[in-house]
Design a protein. Structure first.
Length: 73
């Protein structure tokens, strides 16, 4: 068995972490745009939704990669 699909899946998490680190600086700006915090909350919910979708569909993708003929023993 090859670890390439798992490494690609984990690289996606590294990408999400890097993007989160980059965008963390605008958190203060989002709080100052809306006094109630609605813009920040919406951005946070969208971000969490993207990560959850990646978890679900990325996990399905990884398991399907191992059912392909090239990874079978």
């Amino acid at each position: 068995m090859s670890l390439v699909p798992v490494v690609e899946y984990l690289a996606g998490f590294a990408f999400f972490g890097f993007v989160y680190w980059l965008l963390d600086g605008i958190q203060v700006e989002l709080h100052s745009i809306s006094e109630t915090g609605n813009v920040y909350d919406l951005a946070l919910y969208v971000w969490i939704g993207i990560v959850i979708l990646y978890l679900i569909f990325g996990g399905i993708w990884v398991t399907r990669q191992y059912t392909e003929p090239e990874y079978r023993g």
